[in-house]
Structure formats: structure tokens, C-alpha cells
Design a protein around this ligand. Sequence first.
Ligand code: CP
Length: 328
Amino acid sequence: MGRHLLSIADLDDRTLHSVLATAVEMHDVQRREVKKIPTLRGRTVINLFFEDSTRTRSSFEIAGKWMSADTINITGKGSSASKGESLRDTVRTISAMGVDAIVMRHAASGAAHQVARWFDEGSVPASVVNAGDGMHEHPTQALLDAYTLQRRFGDLTGRRVAIVGDVTHSRVFRSNVLCLPRLGAEVTVVAPPTLLPSGAAQWAAADGFAISHDLDEVIDSGVDALMMLRVQRERMSGGFFPTPREYTVGYGLTRDRLAALTAASPEAVICHPGPMNRGLEIAAEAADAASSLVLEQVSAGVAVRMSVLYHLLASDVTDDGATKGSAA
Ligand code: CP
């Protein structure tokens, strides 16, 4: 792996498969009585979160701690960013303390890329992990989604995955369509026209996924996994759908659609990156169904993030054979 993980596109095929394979080994740590391995002893990982998070932040913290790294959490609200400090000054300050990696979530698309550029230009020997940048990418979410589906199905070749909902605002969608087709999955994106980004058709052709506006048709035609996306009302400035009720009628995984899914594809599973809007994009019956992998996704998140930190920090050699700086 290179020095940073900013996008799924940063991973060549060999590294993508290696991250997923190492996550299997890391998952074993979770089942031990003493959840501690020495892999990152002496390393310092800062979780720098300018947006709220439950799953990503805590799983990166747990991942680091189980690997014996020193992990520290900094949030926008509790840091000097709330006093007007710029992002550049904040990350320069943190990096001056000699940290090995910054795991960063930010509302601005491209923020993690910008920090990585500053580090590279300034020869700061620290890794940057994108833990979600605006509407752009959330690579470790896509990795944990792929890992969860592989645990259920094995090889994903030919598995049909429908990604449903608020595509426009979803960094989870953007990372997943870069990841799942490369693992052989047949991806269909299902959304109302108002919640598809412009240029989606060309994008679909380039990245190898299909587009549909009819969730019932997709369910009836058979799927192996339905990945429901959160409706991101905090990022919506206009009227993307008439009412929440109409959104649910058109694109929610309702009780009736759960029954249709089970009838058409008895082995199909339900995923959701969380946090869920129960009653809007997913009914409680679907979120809590036996076929729901939501909590398995959360569990996988720790293993996958351990694997990512391992690949970034526990190897001295980059993909092209060059030696990394002292951070790695
Ligand atoms: N899926 C996800 O990123 O969840 P959090 O916002 O809780 O981290």
C-alpha cells in the first residue's frame, strides 16, 4: 500500500485483496479473551473528526488499541478549530508532535487529499486515512462492506448487489462502486432521478454498474444483497423528494418489500452503513431481520481498519518497492 489511503482507487488489485485477506486474520483477534497484538507498538494514530461519527471513529480507535498503537481522538468541536484555527494549522500542529497516522473525517470533499498533499510537499512522514470526506469517498466503509459480503458469499463474482437510495450525497456509494465491481460483483444503483448525480450514466458505463429507478423491479428480478443508503438530510439544501413518506413509498425497504425480497431471493442479505433512519429508508423489520448484516458490518469495521493500519504502518516497503519514511 502507498503511504495514504484516500480512495479505493489508491489500492491496486493485489493490495485490495491483501487488505481483505489480512482482515480475516485481524477478525480472529476480536474473538480472543485478550484482544491485543503488538503490531503497532510505539506508533501513534490520531483520529481527527470534524464530522460526527459513531462507527468509524470508535472502530479506528479500537483497531489501533488492539494493535498496541497509542490512539488519540480529536473532534472539531473540542479542538482549536472551533476557535478559528485553519485545517492546515491544525494538521501541522498535530504532525509536529510526531504522529504516524491521521485518520480524518471532514465535511469537505477532498479534505483528506489536501492534507495528504501538504504532508507530501512538506515531507511530513505521516499517513493520512480518509474516514469520509463530504460527498466524495469513504474507502474503509467500502472495504468493510466487501469483507462482510465475502464472509457471507465467498467469492463475489456474479453476485448481484443493489445500492439503493440517496446516491447523490453518498460517499459510501462512491467508494463501493469503485470496489465491488473489481471483486466481480454485478452492481445496480437504484435511486430516484433527483438523487442521482449528473453524469451518472457515463460514470456507470466507465465503472461498470447499472442504474435503475425501480426498486420493486430490481427486487423481483433477484438480488444477493440490498445495500440501503442513508438519506442524508443534513447535506440537502433543496427538495430532492416531495415528502419523506413519498421517498419511503418509492425507495424505502419497507415491510412489504422485505417480504418481496425474501420471496424472490431467500438467501439475500440486507446491508446499511449506518446510522439508519428507521422508517425512512429502512423499516425496523428489515433493519432487524435475520437477513440483516448491519451489525456484522460494524464488527467487520474493526477488522478491516486493523488491516488498513497494518498495511499503512507495519510495512517498510511501498507497492513500488521504495522505502517509506519513518512513519511506516
Ligand atoms: N458508516 C459510518 O461511517 O458511520 P459513522 O458516521 O457512525 O462513522
